[in-house]
Design a protein around this ligand. Structure first.
Ligand SMILES: *[C@@H]1O[C@H](CO)[C@@H](O)[C@H](O)[C@H]1NC(C)=O
Ligand SMILES: *[C@@H]1O[C@H](CO)[C@@H](O)[C@H](O)[C@H]1NC(C)=O
Ligand SMILES: *[C@@H]1O[C@H](CO)[C@@H](O)[C@H](O)[C@H]1NC(C)=O
Ligand SMILES: *[C@@H]1O[C@H](CO)[C@@H](O)[C@H](O)[C@H]1NC(C)=O
Ligand SMILES: *[C@@H]1O[C@H](CO)[C@@H](O)[C@H](O)[C@H]1NC(C)=O
Ligand SMILES: *[C@@H]1O[C@H](CO)[C@@H](O)[C@H](O)[C@H]1NC(C)=O
Ligand SMILES: *[C@@H]1O[C@H](CO)[C@@H](O)[C@H](O)[C@H]1NC(C)=O
Ligand SMILES: *[C@@H]1O[C@H](CO)[C@@H](O)[C@H](O)[C@H]1NC(C)=O
Ligand SMILES: *[C@@H]1O[C@H](CO)[C@@H](O)[C@H](O)[C@H]1NC(C)=O
Ligand SMILES: *[C@@H]1O[C@H](CO)[C@@H](O)[C@H](O)[C@H]1NC(C)=O
Ligand SMILES: [Cu+2]
Length: 569
C-alpha cells in the first residue's frame, strides 16, 4: 500500500516537471480542442454533456509567462459554442477572446476556429471556458502559467502541485435549466450537487468510489490551484484541521495570507499553499455555497462537496474523515474575509503599478430588476420576469458581434451611450425602495474609452428587488481593487481610504449586496472587451456591458488585424 502511494506521489512530481518542462523549448505551442458530447454518470444518473476532448473537467493548458499558444477548436457537438481564455489579457488581439456575439460569432457545428491565447504579464492560475449560453457548466479547464525560465515562484518551491476545479452538476442539461428559467421568468432550478474536480464526493449518492483523493507526504508542501468554475455559486472552501495560505489570485501573486477557509466567487482563482503538517490520517476538503437566500433555502445548491486529503504511511484512518468547519451558508461577514485582507505581493520583481490618479471615473450600479408581465403571468416575484442591469441597462445580446461591427463599421448593432453614472441617483442601499425602480431599460450600449485612459469604476451594489451578490469580471484587462465599503459610495470621503500601495490585482471581483467596490486599470489594450457578472444567471438576465478601447497613435498601440478564419454569423 505504502509503495503504491509513493509511486503515485512520484507520478505527481513527474507530471509537474513534464508540464512545466515541455514548453521550455518553444515559445509557441499548439493544442487541439475537440468540442463533443460524452456520456457521464454522476449522482446515480447518466447524461450526455458537452466536453473538450471527451474530458470533464477539460484538459489543462500548461504555459510559461509571456507565451503565445494556439488552440485549434473543432466543434463536433450539436450546438454553437465559443471558447474564452479567462484572465488572459490578449494584448491588441480581442479576435479570439471568445464571448459569443461580443468578439465573435459562434463556432457552428462542423466548423473550426484557430484561437490564439496571448499571455503577457499573467503568472499563476487562469482557466478557459465556453462563453456561449450555459455550456460552460461542463466545458471548462485550467490554464497554468509558470514563471519564465530563470525566474521562480516568490515562495518556497512546493513539493507538488494540485489542481482543484470547483463546479456544479445538474442531473439534466444546464441549457435546458436556463431555457426553462428564461421561459418562465423565474430563477432557474439550482444544481443537484457541487463538484470538486468533477466529483460530488462521499456525502452524495453514488459518488464515494470516485471521490477525488489528494495523497500527501507528511512534511511536504503542496500548491493548490483552485478555480471556481461553478456557473452560479460563490463557494466557501476549507480543509479539515489544516490552514491554507493564499499566495496568488487571478494570475497575480499576493502577500501570503493564512486562513482557515477561503471564499471564492465564480470566475476567481486562488493559488494556495497546503502544508501536510497534521497527524497522518484522512481529512476532507469541502466546499459549500455562500448564499443570501433571503427568500428561502431552496434557491441555491445546499450540498457539501468533498474530496480527501490522504496522508501516506501506516495508520488506521479515522472513519469518516474529519470534516472542516465552514462558515454558515449565509455568513456575509465571512464572505468578505479574503477580500478584506488580500494584498498584492509588491516586491522588486512584482511591482504594483496601481494608477495614483484617474482620467475617467465611472460609477456603475449593479442591480437586480424585473419586467412586468401581462396579468402577472410570469413566474418571477409577484408574477414578474426577473432581470438584472448595470446603470439600469439590461444588456441585450446582438446577433452580429460587436467587435466586427466596430471594425467593419456595421451600424445598428450597438450604441455608444452607456452612461458613466447611474441615470437616477437614489439611496441605492435603502431597506425599502419603490417598486418602480425595479424596471430597467433594455439595450446594447457600450462605453468607448480613449487609448491609455486611466479608468476607475465603482461598482455600487443596490438593494433594488432585494439585491444580490455579484462577481464582476472584465475581459482584456486586469485591475487593481483599490477599495470597498458599506452602503452608498461617497465620492468625497471614500477615495481617501483607498489602498494605493498594494491592492490586489484581479480580473473578477466580489461585489457584496448593498456595498461598493472600486477598481482601477489603464485602458492600454485596444479592442472590444466584455464586462459582466460571472454568476451566469445574472449575466443572462442582462448584468453585462462592453468597453471599446480605441487605438492609440503608434502602430504598436493598435489592434492587430483579424485572423482569416473568424466564424461566420
Ligand atoms: C530553460 O532552462 C533550462 C534549465 O535551466 C534549460 O535547459 C533550457 O534550455 C531553458 N530553456 C529556454 C527556452 O531558455
Ligand atoms: C425544476 O424544478 C421543478 C421543481 O422541482 C421541476 O418540476 C422542474 O421539472 C425542474 N425543471 C427542470 C428543467 O428540470
Ligand atoms: C437543501 O435544500 C433542499 C431543497 O432543495 C431541502 O429539501 C433540504 O432540506 C435542504 N437541506 C439542508 C441541509 O438545508
Ligand atoms: C442565516 O440562516 C439561519 C438559518 O436559516 C438564520 O437563523 C440566520 O438568521 C441567518 N443569518 C443571517 C445573517 O441572515
Ligand atoms: C459582521 O460584521 C459587522 C461589522 O464588522 C458587525 O457589526 C456584525 O456584528 C458582524 N455580524 C456577524 C453576524 O458576525
Ligand atoms: C388578463 O386578464 C384579463 C382579466 O382576467 C383577461 O380578460 C385578459 O384576457 C388577460 N390577458 C391575457 C393576455 O391573458
Ligand atoms: C410584491 O408585491 C407586494 C405587494 O404589492 C409588495 O409589497 C412587495 O414588495 C413585492 N415584492 C417584490 C420583491 O417586488
Ligand atoms: C470605418 O470608419 C472609419 C472612420 O469613418 C474609417 O477610418 C475606417 O477605414 C472604416 N473601416 C472600414 C473597415 O471600413
Ligand atoms: C430605468 O429605466 C426605465 C426605462 O427607461 C425607467 O422607467 C426607470 O425609471 C429607470 N430606473 C432607474 C432606477 O434608473
Ligand atoms: C448559431 O449561430 C448562428 C450564427 O450566429 C446563428 O445564426 C444560429 O441561430 C445559432 N444557432 C442557435 C441554435 O443559436
Ligand atoms: Cu451578479
Amino acid at each position: 500500500m505504502w509503495l503504491i502511494m509513493k509511486v503515485f506521489l512520484l507520478q505527481i512530481l513527474v507530471f509537474q516537471l513534464f508540464g512545466g518542462g515541455i514548453h521550455c523549448q518553444a515559445s509557441t505551442s499548439r493544442h487541439t480542442f475537440v468540442v463533443r458530447e460524452a456520456s457521464y454518470t454522476r449522482l446515480c444518473s447518466t447524461k450526455d454533456i458537452l466536453t473538450v476532448n471527451g474530458q470533464f473537467p477539460g484538459p489543462t493548458i500548461y504555459a510559461m509567462k509571456g507565451e503565445t499558444i494556439i488552440v485549434d477548436v473543432y466543434n463536433r457537438g450539436k450546438e454553437n459554442v465559443t471558447i474564452h481564455w479567462h484572465g488572459v489579457n490578449m494584448p491588441r488581439y480581442p479576435w479570439t477572446d471568445g464571448p459569443e456575439y461580443i468578439t465573435q460569432c459562434p463556432i457552428q457545428p462542423g466548423l473550426k476556429f484557430s484561437q490564439k491565447i496571448i499571455l503577457s504579464s499573467e503568472e499563476g492560475t487562469l482557466w478557459w471556458h465556453a462563453h456561449s449560453d450555459w455550456t460552460r457548466a461542463t466545458v471548462h479547464g485550467a490554464i497554468i502559467v509558470y514563471p519564465k525560465n530563470g525566474t521562480k515562484y516568490p515562495f518556497h518551491k512546493p513539493n507538488a502541485e494540485v489542481l482543484i476545479i470547483l463546479g456544479q452538476w445538474w442531473k439534466i442539461d444546464a441549457n435546458a435549466i436556463r431555457d426553462e428559467g428564461l421561459a418562465s421568468g423565474a430563477i432557474a432550478n439550482h444544481s443537484d450537487s457541487l463538484l470538486i474536480n468533477g466529483q460530488p464526493g462521499d456525502l452524495l449518492p453514488c459518488s464515494k468510489l470516485d471521490t477525488f483523493k489528494l495523497t500527501v507526504d507528511h512534511g511536504k508542501t503542496y500548491l493548490l490551484r483552485i478555480i471556481n468554475a461553478a456557473l452560479q455559486e460563490a463557494l466557501f472552501f476549507s480543509i479539515a484541521k489544516h490552514k491554507i495560505t493564499v499566495v496568488g489570485t487571478d494570475g497575480s501573486y499576493t502577500k501570503p495570507l493564512t486562513l482557515d477557509y477561503i471564499t471564492i466567487f465564480p470566475g476567481q482563482t486562488f493559488d494556495v499553499l497546503l502544508e501536510a503538517n497534521q497527524r497522518p490520517d484522512h481529512y476532507y476538503m469541502a466546499a459549500i455555497a455562500f448564499s443570501l437566500a433571503s427568500t428561502g433555502r431552496n434557491i441555491y445548491d445546499n450540498t457539501t462537496t468533498t474530496a480527501i486529503v490522504q496522508y501516506m504511511g501506516y495508520y488506521t484512518p479515522s472513519s469518516p474523515p474529519f470534516l472542516p468547519h465552514l462558515p454558515a451558508y449565509n455568513d456575509t461577514n465571512a464572505s468578505v474575509q479574503v477580500m478584506a485582507n488580500l494584498r498584492s505581493l509588491e516586491d522588486a520583481e512584482h511591482p504594483c503599478n496601481v494608477p495614483l490618479s484617474t482620467s475617467t471615473k465611472l460609477i456603475y450600479t449593479v442591480s437586480m430588476n424585473s419586467y412586468p408581465c401581462v396579468n402577472n403571468s410570469c413566474s418571477g416575484t409577484n408574477g414578474t420576469r426577473t432581470a438584472a442591469s448595470i446603470n439600469n441597462i439590461s444588456f441585450h445580446t446582438p446577433t452580429v458581434d460587436i467587435l466586427e461591427a466596430y471594425y467593419y463599421n456595421i451600424s445598428g448593432v450597438y450604441g455608444d451611450k452607456f452612461p458613466s453614472v447611474p441615470p437616477l441617483v437614489f439611496d441605492f442601499t435603502a431597506d425599502y425602495l419603490p417598486l418602480l425602480y425595479q424596471l430597467p431599460s433594455t439595450g446594447t450600449e457600450v462605453r468607448v474609452l480613449e487609448y491609455n485612459s486611466i479608468v476607475e469604476i465603482v461598482f455600487q451594489g443596490t438593494n433594488v428587488a432585494g439585491g444580490s451578490i455579484h462577481s464582476m469580471h472584465l475581459h482584456g484587462h486586469s485591475f487593481y481593487v483599490v477599495g470597498w465599503g458599506f452602503g452608498n459610495f461617497d465620492e468625497n470621503r471614500d477615495p481617501l481610504h483607498y489602498n494605493l500601495v498594494d491592492p490586489p490585482h484581479q480580473n473578477t471581483i466580489y461585489v457584496p449586496r448593498n456595498r461598493w467596490v472600486a477598481i482601477r486599470f489603464e485602458a492600454s489594450n485596444p479592442g472590444v472587451w466584455f464586462m459582466h457578472c460571472h454568476i451566469e444567471e445574472h449575466s443572462t438576465w442582462g448584468m453585462a456591458t462592453v468597453f471599446i478601447v480605441k487605438n492609440g497613435k503608434h502602430p504598436k498601440a493598435q489592434m492587430l488585424p483579424p485572423p482569416s478564419d473568424m466564424p461566420p454569423c
